[in-house]
Design a binder for this molecule. Structure first.
Ligand code: BGC
Ligand code: BGC
Length: 624
């Protein structure tokens, strides 16, 4: 594993009395008052003093790799960062082609006069999920159900190692949205509707990434999870005290853990877009909370400010944006050439003060120094070889089994015996890796079917778990249950991401409901496993099932599901948000628990078959 490099090692020696072991944290927190911090600040200062305006503005520009007609533009425009958005994978999407892409981009940065290395960013939000064959972890909502910070830190560590194996040094994770309304299409990116649980798990993820050389990014600042009706990029109407209590709260532990970057939210607060909010970005985040890293805009998000493009650049940079994510290239509307030209004009016209530019660049350079990016060694190819390895899959499997929440278990239907004569497996999600993984998997929206190489579907996991005397058969339409000793139904949501997942109606689909009823008719014990990015209104499906398990979006490791179904692992998952009873229920009623079908913290165990929310968040351990 690459270390943070010599800058950081130097810091380690000099800052033993400070907040070790998170050294990037120590630096960014500003709690290293030793010579080491001033050494970094001196390096930043002397570099900044040599920079032209064009070089400074380049550092503040992040371009999507697919928008670069020619990678030499990295050199020509002194770009500080490149990203691969959800749709810009290299041709065959193998770890090697990612490695080639990032190496090529860095080589252009190395040809610039000052040789400032690039930050290369991706959305590795549940594993290194853009890369073919990478291990896919449960989405955040499932990790929220584990309530296990040590495990979340391990998941981020494994993800960081896979990211590093492709030459990438930045992930736009963790999302620390506190999703209030499950109709929001990004509910699964949120650990919980509890600010405390979100804060604790978010900070654990930050440590897991940054202790392993990968810059983390807490997102989306702030109030992304509070929009009216759960509308993506919508408006969070709340007074400041409420905004702070629910949505700002998780940023405090993230900053304390030294998070190096924060992404601003597409959403608005009381009708005004967050990307123009100087009070929250500059005064609160950077001032009051003491955030020492840099802020990044979301995907073309400044374009949504109520000005022309130049006015939007002015408003966002003056509000405290340090780096702008510009997805478009030449000839594609507001693009990076326009951005660079207009920001240059704004500085020359003194509409954006040079002091603001210097502050932004200082923050970006400081982060690059703190990460050891200037001393980066060639990628350790043993990390590339370990992408999707068995030991990485074991960590993901542990996440899966700890994330499962048993909602119902009548007549001790679970755990299932491994010696049943015949198990019937029903439902379109039973043998579908894509449905297990959900959105942000190999593509932005995700899709059904065999989306990646490696991994185990739930059907395959059932086959691997039972003894040779058990016949496992599959029924597409729910028929054939009459001579089965148990029926396992696996149903759920079709993959989606962001606004495409916003839904007014959260009922389990009519098709899935009908399937469950049909399978029930024969009277065999029936276990339903739900794959979903949020609680769904279950209606008759819950009644019809003897046992019901919320498996969230578990990712590639289906064996984690069968570990619980067959009793190799006692269920420990607890609901990270209350589960609504009816479609007409308001989110407020659900979160207050007055009308929920299952309250926050609910989850059955096999030993004591009663609900328990007693598992303390802080004492949870990584291992069963
Ligand atoms: C999302 C971010 C993401 C970015 C880059 C945006 O649409 O809101 O969460 O990091 O795209 O892919
Ligand atoms: C990109 C994502 C981005 C989204 C925003 C997609 O085309 O691939 O990275 O988050 O657009 O709308």
């Amino acid at each position: 594993m690459n270390s943070f490099g010599s800058t950081i090692q130097l810091l380690e020696i000099k800052s033993r009395s400070c907040c070790r072991p998170a050294l990037l944290a120590a630096l960014l927190l500003g709690c290293v008052n030793s010579r080491a911090a001033s050494d970094v600040d001196a390096r930043v200062g002397s570099l900044l003093a040599q920079m032209t305006l064009a070089e400074k503005i380049g550092q503040m520009t992040q371009v999507d790799s697919a928008a670069l007609p020619d990678k030499s533009h990295i050199q020509k425009y002194f770009l500080g960062s490149v990203l691969s958005g959800g749709g810009s994978d290299p041709a065959d999407n193998s770890p090697q082609s990612w490695l080639n892409l990032t190496a090529e981009c860095q080589s252009w940065a190395a040809k610039t006069r000052l040789k400032i290395p690039l930050l290369y960013g991706v959305d590795a939000v549940h594993g290194h999920n853009n890369v073919l064959g990478a291990v896919i972890f449960p989405h955040h909502i499932g990790l929220g159900a584990t309530r296990n910070p040590a495990l979340v830190e391990s998941a981020a560590r494994v993800t960081a190692e896979e990211i590093a194996g492709t030459g990438i040094n930045w992930t736009f994770a963790p999302c620390i949205a506190v999703a209030q309304d499950a109709r929001w299409g990004r509910t699964y990116e949120s650990f919980s509707d509890s600010p405390e649980l979100t804060g604790e798990l978010g900070a654990a993820a930050v440590r897991g990434f940054q202790k392993n050389s990968i810059l983390a990014c807490a997102k989306h600042f702030v109030g992304d999870g509070g929009t009216r009706g759960g509308a993506d990029q919508g408006d969070t109407a709340a007074d400041e005290a409420t905004l702070r209590k629910i949505h700002l709260a998780p940023y405090l532990p993230a900053i304390k853990s030294g998070v190096g970057s924060v992404m601003i939210s597409f959403s608005s607060w009381n009708g005004a877009k967050m990307h123009g909010n100087k009070h929250l970005i500059s005064d609160v985040l950077k001032g009051e909370l003491g955030f020492k890293g840099f802020t990044i805009s979301d995907w073309a998000a400044i374009d949504q400010l109520p000005h022309d493009y130049k006015g939007s650049i002015e408003a966002s940079i003056n509000a405290g944006l340090d780096m702008i994510m510009v997805p478009n290239g030449p000839g594609q509307g507001n693009n990076y050439l326009e951005f660079i030209a207009k920001l240059t004009e704004l500085v020359n016209e003194k509409r954006v003060p040079l002091t603001r530019i210097d502050d932004a660049v200082r923050r970006i350079l400081r982060t690059k120094f703190a990460m050891g990016a200037f001393e980066a060694k060639p990628v350790d190819t043993s990390l590339t070889a370990a992408i999707g390895s068995e030991s990485h899959r074991q960590v993901a499997r542990d996440c899966v089994r700890q994330s499962l929440v048993v909602l119902k278990n009548d007549s001790s239907a679970l755990p299932l015996s491994k010696n049943l004569k015949r198990i019937l497996v029903v439902g379109r999600a039973a043998d579908d890796l894509g449905m297990q993984c959900g959105g942000w998997t190999l593509s932005w929206q995700g899709e059904t079917g065999k989306v990646t190489s490696g991994g185990t579907t739930i059907l395959e996991a059932i086959r691997q778990s039972v003894g040779s005397n058990t016949v496992v058969s599959v029924s597409a339409d729910g028929s054939g249950a009459h001579d089965a000793d148990a029926v396992i139904v696996v149903v759920g949501e079709t993959p989606y991401a962001e606004m495409k997942g916003d839904r007014g109606d959260l009922r389990l689909s009519a098709q899935d409901n009908a399937l469950i009823k049909k399978a029930r008719q024969a009277g065999a014990p029936m276990v339903t496993v739900l794959l979903s990015g949020r609680p769904l209104i279950l209606g008759d499906a819950l009644e019809a099932s003897d046992a019901f398990v919320a498996a969230w979006l578990p990712g590639t490791e289906g064996l984690g599901v069968t570990d619980v179904l067959f009793g190799d692992y006692q269920p420990t998952g607890k609901l990270p948000r209350a589960w609504p009873r009816g479609a007409d229920e308001t989110p407020a009623q659900t979160s207050s628990g007055t009308q929920s079908a299952f309250p926050f913290g609910f989850g059955l165990t096999y030993d004591a078959r009663h609900p328990s929310d007693s598992r303390p968040i802080k004492t949870a351990s990584a291992n069963p």
